[in-house]
Design a protein around this ligand. Structure first.
Ligand code: FUC
Length: 768
């Protein structure tokens, strides 16, 4: 029998038998505020580090003053089908001024260089292993050189807001080390921290109107010596070393009477001194307990306890990923991927931190791909798909803080650019909550739905938590978002019926071909916009009812909702992406925006709207035939879509494809390059395969693939403020239990059967 420990290691530890050769092999740690990528080098340990607010430059005003004047002309040209002319004008009059917003940057690196003596060669090192235990949120490296066993443990504690590194060597006086901090040679000061004999500090400023930042490292040794030489902490003759590291910027800490450098130094010095005053095991246990408060809420077990040969050894993660490429089934790896995804969310998005960027908190570059911003035409939203269903609702909160920050900017953008009331945001935002368009990119930039889509997350959080106070606090933002569209939408007639439509808009980021051969992206009444608005408007109405604010504006929103173009099916049986049936330049386009209604929304359902569901299925098939799903996040969206279509086999096949095509050795999602949305999107999809809920019903095991014939999941959340446990075997449900956060009636569906149950607040009851 394979031991339980081996199976547990398979499902909860990412581990490798050689140091990371590049960043995509390094292992991520983080506490929401600070993050790091651990390489596990032998002679030199490198930890690439981030701090969430290291964004270049200050807040800008980028609203284009010419938009208002040119908008009617752009809209008229689009209505007349003169897309080429309209798009030229869009580029001139709709772009942000300046074109781009602020960017998230790497903070730098910590290096720990071991001096093993002049005769050291790596080929004499044995028993090397490095890993990341996602159940404990601790990274480790072990190896042996000559007779000495070396060990490192690294974690990023949220309660103490520090990175803690514990280095040991089994022999006496074996640890002789140099520790250095760097930032791509672009820092203003570095050296010994004036008030300490054992700490180094590095800092500078982040550009025009930018924040100040600093990072500090402190060393402590029970025996041996710590000296600072220049910028380096040097340690001699130790057998145990504790390093404490942290970073901060003036985003959260404001300098008042004193200068920023002194202020940040004091903040960090105090933080590190407090961490160092605590006994290591206590610090570590505190970190683990805090982390597990989130992590332990959900447990997924796929497959039965496996039996295999007694000599069976666990296999390193990178090799197991390769085995999937060669057609092996590895349910433990699927479980590990699920656990790792939850680990990532807890490690990069916590209450009172900034939300997860395109790379979570982990970015090695000064100029990162897509600036490591918040791209809100799918990516940021996808980052938060697992939050509620995996009972990590608190991890969702940073997104709402960002929305609050966007609100005043978005009201200004609405008014200055479009002459509209309400709140608008385009397809990106940054640390300052910028809402003006990003770049002059025809298929992406001129899209006014970013704020609206984010606002649907307010409703989602409410649905899963039943938190009326939260809804009340956030409701004004939803209403402002809706209000914008009451002013912005124009009338457009299709087949004799007049609808309210967004214009200009794009179906992110696709390009159509008109019957005359002209290509374009900007259009009117795009399907995704109608679907997002249908959600936003109905959610505003529902919230108004709950909060007792059913006023005139609420009625106007209700009327506007009735005048949106319904989701329609084209002559080839697919969902129409635009309001007319156009040709597509890229049939396998990565965005599948017109299936927003299927997922993340519940407007299209298998049982409620079977014709639309069948059309959605044909849409997916065509996208896949055209090469769709080629980016990690696109594949993750497809898995969710198939889950919603109750097609477990397709969902699972696409999950495997994600492992094969879009997963890096450290299990990070590969766009390429690394982008974290695919990790989060597919974790969400794995739950959607097992349980789905909307306001009408809860569907149990809707998309169970044959490969998952047995298993259980505990603690997942469903809409209506409830949590569930499920167990199945041989593809059949054994047990389903639910505990609701309120007294209510719910409908359950399993395998075509329906059941209505009365639920009592706080009581677990058996459903099947
Ligand atoms: C959207 C996507 C790209 C990428 C970028 C960050 O523009 O179309 O694939 O994910 O965001």
């Amino acid at each position: 029998m394979q031991t339980i420990d081996n199976r547990k290691k398979n499902a909860t530890v990412l581990w490798y038998q050689k140091p990371a050769q590049n960043w995509n092999e390094a292992l991520p740690i983080g506490n929401g505020r600070i993050g790091g990528m651990v390489f596990g080098g032998i002679r030199s340990e490198q930890i690439q580090v981030n701090e969430e607010s290291v964004w270049y430059g200050g807040q800008m005003q980028r609203n284009n003053p010419s938009t208002k004047e040119k908008l009617p002309q752009i809209q008229a040209l689009i209505k007349e089908g003169k897309i080429h002319q309209a798009e030229r004008l869009c580029k001139q009059a709709l772009g942000g001024t300046p074109q781009g917003m602020r960017i998230y940057q790497t903070l730098g690196d910590i290096s720990i260089d071991y001096d093993f003596g002049a005769m050291f060669t790596e080929d004499r090192v044995t028993d090397y292993e490095r890993g990341l235990d996602v159940e404990q949120a601790v990274a480790y490296t072990y190896f042996q050189f000559d007779e000495t066993k070396y060990k490192r443990e690294i974690f990023m504690s949220a309660p103490d807001n520090v990175c803690v590194i514990h280095l040991t060597a089994s022999g006496k006086n074996k640890l002789n080390l140099d520790i250095l901090q760097t930032r791509h040679h672009i820092y203003d000061y570095a050296g010994r921290y004036a008030d300490a004999e054992d700490s180094i500090v590095l800092g500078g400023n982040l550009g025009r109107d930018g924040l100040d930042y600093a990072m500090m490292c402190k060393a402590s040794v029970p025996q041996g010596t710590v000296t600072i030489i220049g910028e380096t902490i040097t340690i001699e003759n130790a057998s145990e070393v504790y390093l404490y590291w942290s970073a901060a910027t003036t985003y959260r800490y404001k300098a008042e009477a004193e200068n920023a450098v002194d202020m940040l130094g004091k903040v960090l010095h105090k933080r590190l001194a407090y961490a160092a005053s605590q006994e290591y095991n206590r610090l570590k246990q505190k970190h683990i307990l805090d982390y597990r408060l989130y992590y332990d809420r959900v447990l997924l077990q796929l497959g039965k306890e496996k039996t295999c040969a007694p000599e069976a050894q666990p296999i390193p993660t990178d090799k197991r990923l390769q085995n999937i490429v060669h057609g092996e089934t590895d349910l433990d790896l699927e479980q590990l991927y699920f656990n790792f995804g939850r680990y990532l969310l807890i490690s990069c998005s916590r209450p009172n931190t900034l939300p997860a960027t395109l790379q979570g908190i982990w970015n090695k570059d000064i100029e990162a791909p897509w600036d490591a911003k918040f791209t809100i035409n799918i990516n940021t939203e996808m980052n938060y798909w697992p939050a509620e269903i995996c009972d990590l609702g608190e991890c969702h909160l940073p997104l709402f803080d960002l929305l609050k920050k966007m609100l005043p900017n978005g009201k200004k953008t609405a008014q200055v650019m479009y002459g509209c009331r309400g709140f608008v945001a385009h397809h990106n935002t940054d640390i300052w909550g910028d809402t003006a368009p990003q770049e002059l990119w025809i298929p992406g930039s001129f899209w006014v739905m970013g704020g609206a889509w984010l606002c649907t997350h307010i409703w989602t959080h409410y649905e899963y938590t039943g938190d009326t106070e939260f809804l009340k606090e956030m409701f004004p933002i939803m209403r402002e978002a809706a209000l914008f569209f009451l002013d912005f939408c124009i009338e457009y007639t299709i087949d004799g019926r007049t609808y309210l439509c967004t214009c200009p808009s794009v179906s992110p980021e696709n390009t159509f071909i008109l019957p005359n051969g002209e290509q374009g992206a900007n259009s009117i009444g795009v399907t995704m916009d109608n679907q997002i608005l249908r959600d936003l408007f109905t959610q505003c109405n529902k919230a108004a009812k709950i909060l007792g604010i059913e006023d005139e504006l609420d009625r106007q929103i209700q009327d506007a909702c009735k005048r949106l173009i319904p989701t329609r099916i084209g002559t080839d049986g697919r969902i129409l992406e635009w309001c007319e049936e156009y040709g597509e330049k890229e049939p396998g386009h990565r965005h599948i925006s017109h299936l927003y209604g299927l997922h993340p929304s519940c407007q299209i359902t298998k049982d409620g709207t079977p014709e639309l569901a069948a059309a959605a299925e044909r849409t997916l098939q065509k996208r896949l035939e055209g090469g769709g799903g080629h980016t990690g996040w696109s594949r993750a969206w497809i898995i969710n879509h198939y889950a919603k279509l109750w097609d477990g086999e397709q969902a699972h096949q696409n999950l495997l494809q994600l492992f094969i095509q879009s997963t890096l050795p450290n299990l990070f999602d590969n766009h390429p390059p690394f982008q974290i949305d695919g990790n989060f999107g597919s974790v969400a999809a794995m739950v959607e395969m097992l349980v789905q809920s909307d306001e009408n019903r809860i569907v149990i095991l809707p998309a169970l693939p044959k490969a998952w014939d047995s298993g259980n999941i505990k603690g997942v959340r469903v809409r209506g403020n409830a949590r569930m446990n499920l167990e199945w075997s041989g593809g059949k449900l054994l047990k389903a239990e639910i505990c609701s956060g309120c007294d209510t009636n719910r409908t359950f569906v399993y395998n075509g059967n329906q059941k209505e149950l009365v639920l009592k607040k706080g009581e677990w009851i058996s459903v099947w």
